[in-house]
Design a protein around this ligand. Structure first.
Ligand SMILES: Cc1ncc(C[n+]2csc(CCOP(=O)(O)OP(=O)(O)O)c2C)c(N)n1
Ligand SMILES: [Mg+2]
Length: 558
């Protein structure tokens, strides 16, 4: 066995795990690692200037690559700063190994500066959380962490790295990585039960969730949807391209508001959720989202999600790509001639209805295209029209987002990533991670002004690491979604027309100045045309650029 320092061993272990990038922000406890990195020319260190930005970069990278992302943070405050974005990463099931430096173990008893017991801090938001106590255990724990992050259901893990472990030298057996094969098919009997229900459904609906994206199961789901003539909705947090946006059966996202969900579901007799959340709601409601008599079938890679809130008739634990072909084959053999004819008719009528809905949305957008200040819908529409086919969209448009999944040509599983956990500030740095994972694809981040300010430090990383993301700020100089919601409550704020803590007007944030200060090109757009021309220019230049689009501040329903 080779004699090796802990710090070298850690980097070698990451390389064994196929890691190419370490996202981080260093402090004294991370100096051993920074020292080892100085003599390493394989691992790339991507520096983020605030830990929330670091964590979201890693999340974007993990989601877009499907690979393990690795983060290194600075003891308790560094980890603390990253926690909001770790929450988002957990909800997105992102395979991330989060590490943080810790003081020397013998020193911790004195409670040195920045010290806290780290694994309990991370624990609520990760699959597994631990600390290395002996150099001899480092390989086993790093491999366990990587295996756990990537094993279905994927998700972040945490490992604290005390300084004495990184500095120690010993004979180290590096062991080897383990991968849990993710393509596990659902239980045969459950698949047959589900097939029987689907084959007899009079009016089935499919909800496509992130698990479809993660397992790259578009083709398999399309086959089933077309066989059934079933429209496909995104799950309630439509954060990935779980179904191709331009497919005739793709209906868009159901809103997260209960009466609206129920209104949709009431039109169907069977709902099949393929890895879709049931349900991540925004607000409580006296109305139950699931109408009585609706048959629910649920397939997911995560047993926790199955029947979490609403008991399904059939719950199948399985990978969509591995399970759907069996299910579709069984449905096909079970469907009577009459059922097939009915499914073909549904395919026609659902496609026509969806086409008409799309056309109406586009017509509404076109009609408002010349409105100034710019309205969100025509801006989204125009961006969707001008983006190249292989573009990847990162969505944190918040109140400007309705319609976005229909309007962006997000047809492959890596073409669209949106905020999953709800902790804002995710999109700007996540886009940087996405571009690192998919360097050959144009990446455009659509970000609310409020959201951008949580992690605008990411712009410096885009400049420093030459990461060519085009950032488009949907700048309504407000937390517009909060104003909309407060207004809808018809309380004192609505009466007084006063929205405390939601106006970003005095002073207005100079995003162009901010971006330039952090080293990236930036321009302001006041019309839809100016915005799309600048996006075109940004993509052509192949360098990071920020476009600050002045949006209408209106928030009351028209
Ligand atoms: C970390 C975090 N802090 C606060 C919130 C509450 N919040 C939700 S949306 C929002 C405002 C978003 O503003 P912006 O990005 O400008 O989008 P807009 O609502 O104007 O469309 C806030 C503060 C949150 N979700 N996450
Ligand atoms: Mg805003």
């Amino acid at each position: 066995m080779p004699v090796m320092s802990g710090k070298r061993a850690f980097l070698e272990l990451l390389k064994q795990e196929g890691v190419e990038i370490l996202f981080g922000n260093p402090g004294t406890t991370e100096l051993p690692l920074m020292d080892a990195l100085a003599a390493d020319n394989e691992l790339r260190y991507v520096l983020g200037l605030q830990e929330a930005a670091v964590m979201a970069m890693a999340d974007g990278y993990a989601q877009a690559s499907g690979k393990l992302a690795v983060v290194n943070l600075h003891v308790a405050p560094g980890l603390g700063n990253g926690m909001g974005m770790l929450y988002d990463a957990q909800k997105a099931a992102s395979p991330i190994l989060v590490t943080a430096g810790q003081h020397d173990q013998q020193f911790n008893v004195t409670e040195p500066i920045l010290w806290a017991d780290l694994p309990p801090i991370a624990r609520p938001f990760v699959k597994w959380s631990s600390e290395v106590k002996r150099l001899a255990d480092l390989p086993r724990l790093v491999h366990r962490a990587a295996k756990t992050a990537l094993a279905p259901p994927t998700g972040p893990v945490f490992l604290a790295l005390p300084g004495d472990i990184l500095q120690a030298e010993a004979e180290v057996d590096l062991l080897a990585p383990t991968r849990v094969a993710p393509r596990f098919a659902g239980d045969r009997a459950a698949v047959e039960e589900a097939a029987a229900l689907l084959a007899e459904a009079k009016n089935p609906l499919i909800m496509a969730g992130d698990a479809v994206t993660h397992s790259r199961a578009h083709a398999e789901l399309i086959e089933l949807a077309e066989l059934l003539g079933a429209p496909v909705y995104s799950e309630l947090v439509p954060s990935t391209a779980s179904f191709p946006a331009s497919h005739p059966l793709y209906r868009g996202a159901i809103g997260r508001v209960t009466p609206a969900i129920r209104e949709v579901l009431e039109q169907y007799d069977v709902v099949f959720s393929v890895g879709g959340d049931m349900f991540t709601l925004s607000l409580p409601s006296p109305v139950e989202p699931i109408p009585a008599g609706l048959t629910v079938i649920h397939l997911d890679v995560d047993p926790w999600e199955l029947g979490k809130n609403y008991p399904p008739a059939v719950a199948i634990l399985g990978d969509p790509k591995a399970t759907l072909p069996d299910l579709t084959a069984s449905v096909r053999t079970r469907m009577s001639a009459g059922a097939r004819a009915a499914a073909r008719a549904r395919l026609e009528s659902a496609s026509a209805a969806i086409r008409a809905e799309r056309e109406a949305l586009c017509a509404k957008a076109r009609a408002a295209a010349a409105h100034t200040p710019v309205l969100p819908l025509p801006l989204l529409h125009a961006i969707g029209e001008m983006l190249p086919k292989d573009a990847v969209v990162i969505d944190e448009t918040i109140s400007s987002g309705p319609g976005i999944r229909q309007l962006m040509r997000s047809d492959d599983p890596q073409s669209f990533f949106g905020l999953r956990g709800g902790g804002i500030g995710w999109g700007l740095p996540a886009a940087i991670g996405v571009k690192l994972a998919l360097p050959d694809r144009p990446v455009v981040a659509l970000i609310g002004d409020g959201s951008a300010m949580y992690t605008c430090q990411g712009l410096w990383t885009a400049a420093h690491d030459r990461i060519a993301v085009v950032f488009v700020i949907f700048n309504n100089r407000s937390y517009r979604i909060l104003k909309q919601r407060l207004h809808a409550q018809r309380g004192l704020a609505a009466q007084a027309d006063t929205y405390v803590g939601m106006e970003l007007l005095d002073p207005p944030i100079d995003f162009v100045g901010l971006a330039r200060a952090l080293g990236i090109a930036a321009e302001r757009a006041r019309t839809v045309h100016e915005a799309t021309d600048l996006i075109q220019k940004g993509l052509a230049d192949g360098a990071a650029m920020l476009i600050d689009v002045e949006l209408d501040r209106g928030f009351k329903p028209m």
